[in-house]
Ligand binder design. Structure first.
Ligand SMILES: [Zn+2]
Ligand SMILES: [Zn+2]
Length: 306
């Protein structure tokens, strides 16, 4: 039968099932990544959750950033919270760390019994300590009432200040690089080399040569994006405006395409949209990202698997 005639006759649900069947015949990926929140900035947005992503290798979860609502976004993505093994914070802006402690606490209430290592710039250890102090009334009741193991001994914070290989286990190698995010003392990008794919997260940064080096030859680069024209007028009006700070702290989307080309990545995923304009995201961001990049470009959205 001619394909068009076939399409007219087959209900949409069956076609979706047929697509799933085709995918099922391909070898399953061991290294997966899901965008959990693709907004930029701390104020809650209607159409996008706060920044967070997860890399899954053989269903073991490596969480990158903990914007507000990260635990629920993981649940919506179908990730078992008790499978969290590592948590990585790129930098200490509230859109990236607001739910760092909350994620650990809620994962524990959902059945986490195994160690979690957390990684990020200082003062990650102190933040962890203070969160446990603040949450002690709830944690102590649940240990007594629900027979849960103590949470604090499960969590191991590691403060990082420079580029390094920070994790190397049987599933994945994780490296970090210091990027440039003005006013923030240390901001990190992370690269995951899994058994079948490599995925890099820029965190928040201006154009960074350290990031280009970290992302060299990666399969996927998830990079923050800025549409500078949206802030040009306000920035010009005042030398000390928030708009000026935004322009100086992030990477214009056109430049993101250029550096992705230089790094030689296969797929560029746009995320952390500043400003937020989901209604028209494909039309406004895509052509600019493609201007200097010849690979595949994906306009990120919440819960998208990449
Ligand atoms: Zn941010
Ligand atoms: Zn930031």
């Amino acid at each position: 039968m001619h394909r068009r005639a076939f399409l007219r006759l087959v209900p949409a649900g069956l076609l979706a099932a047929r697509g799933a069947a085709v995918r099922a015949t391909q070898p399953a990926r061991r290294t997966r990544a899901i965008l959990l929140g693709t907004a930029g900035g701390p104020s809650p947005k209607r159409g996008r959750a706060a920044p967070a992503s997860v890399v899954l290798v053989d269903d073991v979860a490596y969480v990158v950033d903990c914007g507000n609502g990260v635990a629920r976004q993981l649940v919506l993505a179908g990730v078992d919270l008790s499978r969290i093994r590592h948590v990585f914070i790129t930098h200490h802006h509230s859109d990236h760390n607001a739910d760092f402690g909350t994620l650990l606490l809620l994962a524990w209430t959902a059945g986490l019994k195994t160690p979690v290592d957390s990684w990020g710039p200082p003062p990650l250890a102190r933040m962890t300590e203070l969160f446990f102090e603040m949450s002690a009334p709830d944690i102590e009741i649940r240990i007594a009432d629900e027979a849960r193991p103590p949470l604090k001994p499960l969590v191991h914070p590691h403060e990082i200040r420079e580029a390094a290989t920070i994790v190397e286990d049987e599933r994945v190698k994780v490296r970090c690089a210091v990027v440039h995010h003005p006013m923030v003392p240390i901001a990190m990008a992370y690269r995951f080399d899994g058994p079948d794919r490599s995925i890099v997260f820029s965190g928040d940064t201006t154009r960074s040569e350290a990031l280009v080096a970290l992302a060299r030859g990666a399969d996927v680069l998830v990079h923050e994006v800025l549409y500078p024209e949206a802030y040009a007028e306000a920035a010009a009006a005042s030398a000390r405006s928030v708009a000026k700070h935004i322009i100086e702290s992030h990477t214009p989307v056109e430049e993101v395409g250029r550096l992705a080309q230089e790094a030689g990545v296969r797929t560029l995923v746009l995320s952390h949209f500043v400003p937020d304009n989901n209604a028209d995201a494909e039309r406004s961001w895509l052509p600019l990202a493609r201007k200097h990049f010849r690979g595949e470009v994906i306009v990120g959205r919440d819960l998208l698997e990449i």
